[in-house]
Design a protein around this ligand. Sequence first.
Ligand code: MLT
Length: 287
Amino acid sequence: MALHVRRSGAREQGSRGAVVLIHGFPFDGSMWAPQLTALPPGWRGLAPDLRGFGRSDLDGGSDPGTGAADGAPVDDGSAAGVAGPAEAVLTMEGLADDVAALIERESVAPAVVCGLSMGGYVALALWRRRPELVRALVLADTRAEADTAEGRANRKRMAETARTSGSEAIARAMVPTLLSASTLESRRHVADQVAAMIQGTRPETLVAALEGMARRSDSTGLLGTVDVPALVVAGEADGLTPPAVARSLAEGLPRARLVVLPDAGHVSNLEQPAAFNEALRAFLDEL
Ligand code: MLT
């Protein structure tokens, strides 16, 4: 499985290290364009399309010779009830294994790993499985807790919408909840970009990732083991992972700093790219 990857910085320019940017749900690596172009000198950026998203296949089948790792989607017909018996599942662990393979293939270990929302779940799963690949963590608009029963019920409804009405219906439902009021009013290009990423995500990927997120384990007990520097970023107007959630995430991490970005919702890196980049740059400068 070779993920489609967007990059910045030539291999020989990565003298200070590499930042791997993991997108949220249901986006793709293009959401990190404002960060890829603004990394400080000496840093390489790698922004994969996670399995099933953007230009990466759901089954990894088109890339000969790599075989199916244990990151392959599984069809065990079970449990949380979001995916049906014949549908694939994208677990956070499987997505993390794909990111681990990318870090190893690119010879950039240990890398700074930055994940937004679902990307944060994947980053924490990577820490759980392969901490030696992680030099520092950036966790944006995300949480350590597993889904509540209500959260899982919402995912089930969303999966049904994806199956019956497709990705456009998901985009219509999600965009107003993802972005701050000020983004919706005055930064329409961001709303359009977010809507386009969602519309471009195949319904089977939506269902597979919804099931994977519904099944994800609670990571709050893991936070105390994160002995590398961490930056927690939160959009002040993030209604999905509000600043209070970010604060408790930062408090659980032994070496974390919290930055709250005004006028940003859940996609804070796109809604306030300059402020996000400033926080990221300051963090990288201290590593
Ligand atoms: C995301 O932006 O990745 C999602 O909000 C994550 C989730 O649905 O839990």
